[in-house]
Design a protein around this ligand. Structure first.
Ligand SMILES: Nc1ncnc2c1ncn2[C@@H]1O[C@H](COP(=O)(O)OP(=O)(O)O)[C@@H](O)[C@H]1O
Ligand SMILES: [Mg+2]
Length: 252
């Protein structure tokens, strides 16, 4: 009997933890205090399984960027709890938060945030070096993975917007992190370039990464495995999408 109970407990530990990428429970973020307080996130609870491409929709000011900053440990929540890839963020000290960011999270931003004086390869290497592992080879691999193997020596100013965004995805992927947090990644791109970027992101989930993409563009939700909607800091929808479209089929 006790043997059986132990067996079940072990199986649960092995089975459930790897399947969950993010668990937020009653997550709250308030900026300021008193009459000027802004409730950017209010009592938000959700779970994201590993390997899914999840789109979080919401209008400007609904709390999307705040959510990514809190999940990425760039900002601390005011209340509630957050577990990411098996790590409970409130348990981490400052050094552990830094290590968590480097080993777990890749960020992709609307305006790429590349260093203009470094080549594509150097921009990606910059991040790879922080983890020490064969930075040069891995940076080349990551750039090849996003289809930029022949542009590694170009500077950001010599690349199109879509190519710059692919460099920024390579920069996020070079650390081989399990979770990509993407803040309006197609917001600065035309539709065809945007769809190319969404294809690159979909391919990363096909290789087992988890992608959380926040946007105000509801069309992008049609390619998601799961759609969350934020309104004034509150989660108003959380539903799986049974028939995700290929990025190429989207229109906006
Ligand atoms: N550092 C900050 N200080 C005060 N208020 C902030 C700060 N960052 C965001 N906010 C406010 O929090 C709310 C959510 O903002 P944000 O997360 O940026 O929304 P979104 O990314 O959906 O546009 C907004 O009302 C915004 O003005
Ligand atoms: Mg934002």
């Amino acid at each position: 009997m006790s043997h059986h109970a132990r067996h079940v407990a072990t199986a649960a530990t092995v089975d459930e933890t790897p399947r969950r990428a993010i668990r937020a429970e009653n997550l709250t973020k308030t900026y300021g205090a008193g009459s000027t307080a802004v409730h950017a996130l209010e009592d938000v609870t959700f779970e994201i399984p590993r390997g899914e491409l999840v789109v979080m929709l919401g209008p400007s000011g609904s709390g999307k960027t705040t959510m990514l900053n809190v999940i990425g440990a760039l900002d601390a929540p005011t209340g509630g709890s957050l577990e990411v890839m098996g790590t409970s963020l409130s348990d981490l000290d400052e050094d552990e938060r830094t290590r968590y960011r480097l080993s777990t999270i890749g960020f992709v931003f609307q305006f790429f945030n590349l260093v203009p004086t470094l080549t594509a390869l150097e921009n990606v290497e910059l991040l790879a070096e922080l983890t020490g592992d064969h930075a040069h080879r891995r940076a080349r691999q990551a750039l090849a993975q996003v289809g930029l193997g022949d542009r590694v020596d170009h500077f950001p100013g010599q690349l199109s917007g879509g190519e710059q965004q692919r460099v920024s995805i390579a920069r996020a992927l070079v650390k081989d992190v399990p979770l990509l947090l993407c803040d309006e990644p197609t917001g600065a791109l035309d539709i065809d370039t945007g769809k190319h970027i969404l294809r690159v992101l979909r391919d990363t989930t096909d290789r087992g990464h988890t992608v959380l993409l926040v946007t105000h563009n509801s069309e992008i939700a049609r390619m998601a495995d799961r759609v969350l909607r934020l309104l004034d800091g509150r989660l108003v929808t959380d539903e799986p999408n049974a028939t995700p479209l290929a990025p190429e089929a989207l229109q906006w």
